[in-house]
Design a protein around this ligand. Structure first.
Ligand code: HEM
Length: 450
């Protein structure tokens, strides 16, 4: 019998293992483990952390079919968390069928067509920003990203009801942030809050679908595709798909934007270079999707922010049969975590990994980089379906903000990342100051879907 070699890792408590250390400071704990134990770390009996791009690629791309996102789901079992019918929470054939159904809604041409909407809605919101007045930019930009994604997905704004979506996102974040997570039917305060918030979200989505059905039109957006599915979807399936798309489609984008502005506020050189690119490419006009290929530094700012503060900070797969990774034995049933937070800050792949240097993305080294040292949108078949939309939005919104304002950190604000379902920036308060050039109001083009 061949010798079974298990990876090294922290010993942990004899009952709780490493749970307490992980819950107290997940980002710090994973980073320490990776730096101390290497590319494959055993965090628990059935939990490994993978820190090498080849291994991350093997697990996410899953060419040999050894790894799944949700083991058991789709074989008579449903996903145990919320929204079990959504594509995101499905597996195997069921997942593939759902992914093929919704994929056309994310076609490049639909993303590009949404560019003017992104810019118009951003400009509307920026007109409410008062120079010199400290703002909680996260709640501002969450509402903006929600407005954008709802118009993209079903050509309908969610405005009056936005608070229900915000409450649901907040409840999910608090739930995923808490170290001990009893099943949702246990009446803890966090669970009760989550159930109430999801209940209201469901009512909102039902109303939205009803209104949409009452206005027949030639549409190719996500809701139109779902409603014309060859195998009709149940109300529950519709609701789950919309809820997961709305939630994953705006909170992550908002987090990425706030992290980018937080970093810009602390790096005046980068902010000045960004301003000068905007002056050169745009002059006094507003940006549009057609400008994206020339907004290279703006894109680099966003990419660098997503390197340091990737909204998706960890993702996992489960081994469904015994296999080997990096010379170590992986028993079937092992959870394999890969962490953007850890790998994106690995000095083997990035010079001065803790420094904010957007220009690194403009160098030739960036072209030669292993595809899996930087994976803010995941990889393989379950790659983020909204990545093109997210990049377009984050670059255009950053351009709109930076052509009008320089952002300063408000005195005394204490910022901390909350590693929940996404990596949320808590406590960011920014003061907008008018920019010398490009601060004039530009022409607002039409608002599609408004
Ligand atoms: C900066 C913004 C975003 C980030 C960082 C992000 C990140 C990710 C990551 C890492 C995954 C893969 C998870 C895994 O492998 O387990 C994912 C999947 C997904 N994302 Fe995003 N995302 C963003 C924006 C969006 C947007 C705008 C939408 C939709 C409007 C969206 C919808 C989805 C869906 C539906 C999946 C599941 C795909 C599947 O299971 O096949 N995301 N996202």
């Amino acid at each position: 019998m061949p010798q079974v070699r298990l990876p090294p890792g922290p010993r942990g408590h004899f009952i709780a293992g490493n749970l307490v250390e992980f819950s107290e400071d997940p980002l710090g704990f994973l980073t320490r483990c990776a730096r101390e134990y290497g590319d494959v770390v055993r965090l628990g009996k059935r939990n490994y952390l993978l820190n090498h791009p080849d291994l991350i690629e093997r697990v996410l791309v899953n060419g040999d079919g050894n790894f799944v996102k949700l083991a058991g789901v789709g074989q008579g079992r449903r996903h145990k968390g919320g929204f079990p019918e959504a594509m995101m929470n499905s597996e195997g054939e069921d997942w593939l069928r759902k992914r093929r159904l919704v994929q056309p809604a994310f076609h490049r041409k639909h993303v590009a067509a949404c560019g003017d909407t992104v810019v118009s809605l951003t400009e509307q919101r920026l007109r409410t920003w008062r120079p010199g007045e400290a703002r909680d930019v996260h709640s501002d930009v969450s509402a903006l990203a929600l407005d954008i994604v709802s118009r993209f997905l079903f050509h309908t704004p969610i405005d009056d009801e936005a608070r229900h979506v915000a409450a649901a996102v907040d409840a999910v974040m608090r739930h995923t942030d808490s170290p001990l997570r009893p099943p949702i039917w246990v009446p803890t305060p966090t669970n009760l809050r989550l159930r109430r918030a999801l209940g209201r979200l469901n009512v909102l989505l039902e109303t939205l679908v009803r209104r949409y059905r009452e206005q027949p039109a030639e549409r190719t957006d996500l809701l139109a595709l779902l409603l014309s599915s060859p195998v009709p979807l149940s109300e529950g399936q519709l609701r789950d798909e919309l809820a997961t798309m709305i939630m994953s489609g705006h909170e992550t984008t908002a987090d990425a934007l706030v992290w980018a502005w937080y970093l810009l506020a602390q790096h005046p050189d980068a902010e000045a270079r960004l301003g000068s690119e905007l002056d050169t490419v745009l002059g006094d006009r507003l940006p549009g999707a057609e400008d994206l290929p020339r907004l290279r530094y703006t894109e680099a700012v966003v990419k660098e922010a997503m390197r340091l503060y990737s909204p998706a900070w960890i993702t996992s797969r489960e081994a469904v049969r015994d296999c080997e990774l990096g010379g170590f034995h992986v028993p079937s049933g092992t959870m394999l975590a890969v962490s953007q937070w850890v790998t994106h800050r690995d000095a083997r792949y990035f010079d001065a990994p803790e420094s904010f240097r957007p220009e690194r993305w403009l160098s030739e080294d960036a072209q030669r980089m292993h595809r899996y040292v930087y994976f803010p949108f995941g990889g393989g078949p379950r790659f983020c379906i909204g990545s093109a939309l997210a990049m377009m939005e984050t670059v255009l919104i950053t351009a709109c903000v930076a052509r009008r304002f320089r952002l300063e950190l408000a005195p005394g604000c204490v910022v901390r990342p909350r590693p929940a379902l996404a990596l949320q920036p808590l406590g960011v308060r920014l003061i907008p100051r008018p920019r010398a050039r490009g601060g004039q109001e530009g022409e607002v083009r039409h608002v599609a879907g408004a």
